[in-house]
Write a protein that binds this ligand. Structure first.
Ligand SMILES: Nc1ncnc2c1ncn2[C@@H]1O[C@H](COP(=O)(O)OP(=O)(O)O)[C@@H](O)[C@H]1O
Ligand SMILES: [Mg+2]
Length: 243
């Protein structure tokens, strides 16, 4: 039984069909990659899962319960969290306070319990030393980790990552991949939208490919890397350089 499933999902913005009849499913403990050119509908699909948008057709289910139509905070409380494509922590607040907010929002914890959990998560994520630092003054790679820490603090079972590795160097990417594997090994389920092919191919159990809102391929990384439609629509020249 998939933990998260979308059936026949369509979302239009005026005349534009951003997501067109897309089916997807994610098993508990799986890392599902999602790739496709800019404008393919990846972030919109995340918005449809999180309740930012309501599908025009189809539905999303979480643990076999329909979540389409629920509000984002209700979906967060049920156990799904997303890291943003654009990193926007509350810059005035400390790193610790930012993570604590995740626990208060997602889990309804008391302040002291949320603070304790936030400290533990920061240690795990490698930001323990920065907990009293204002979020606005930490580096981009640290902000990416902070986003992940905030998602973990909500207690989410499914975490959606929207280009969480953009702008990182290879060493920083490797470090994030290691963290993601550890998070999965703790029983979490991850959906990873990423343009860095080596990263997404390396970490995903399975990959789905979107192009102009449609799912054009689905399979294990090796199948996707050699899929004719995917090469034409997306991988092209870059594909060879990452093999
Ligand atoms: N809120 C919105 N209003 C209107 N059009 C949007 C909105 N969000 C996304 N789009 C359009 O929907 C398409 C899919 O966008 P998006 O989901 O952001 O793609 P991706 O994340 O794959 O780059 C694009 O053509 C984009 O311009
Ligand atoms: Mg996007």
């Amino acid at each position: 039984m998939p933990i998260l499933e979308g059936r026949n999902i369509t979302k239009k913005f005026g005349a534009l069909t951003a997501v067109h009849s897309v089916d997807f499913s994610v098993e508990k403990g799986e890392i599902l990659g999602m790739i496709g050119p800019n404008g393919a509908g990846k972030s919109t699909l995340f918005g449809l899962i999180m309740g930012v948008y309501k599908p025009d057709e189809g539905e999303v289910t979480f643990k076999e319960r329909r979540i389409s139509g629920l509000k984002p905070h209700e979906i967060c409380r049920m156990g799904i969290a997303k890291t943003s494509q654009i990193v926007q922590p509350f810059t005035e607040m400390t790193v610790l306070e930012n993570v604590l907010v995740g626990g208060l929002y997602g889990k309804n914890l008391s302040l002291s319990k949320a603070a304790q959990e936030a400290e533990e998560i920061l240690e795990f994520i490698g930001l323990g030393a920065l907990k009293r630092t204002a979020s606005g003054s930490i580096t981009v790679p640290d902000r990416r980790r902070l986003e992940l820490a905030r998602a973990l603090a909500t207690g989410a079972e499914v975490i959606l990552l929207d280009e969480n590795m953009a702008g990182l160097n290879p060493t920083e990417i490797e470090a994030v991949l290691k963290l993601l594997r550890e998070i999965r090994d703790q029983g979490k389920t991850l959906v990873v939208v990423e343009h860095i092919m080596r990263a997404v191919m390396g970490i995903s159990d399975r990959i789905i490919v979107l192009n102009y809102g449609e799912k054009i391929a689905e399979g294990i990384p090796a199948e996707i890397a050699n899929h004719q439609k995917v090469i034409e629509a997306y991988l092209g020249e870059r594909h060879t350089s990452y093999r």
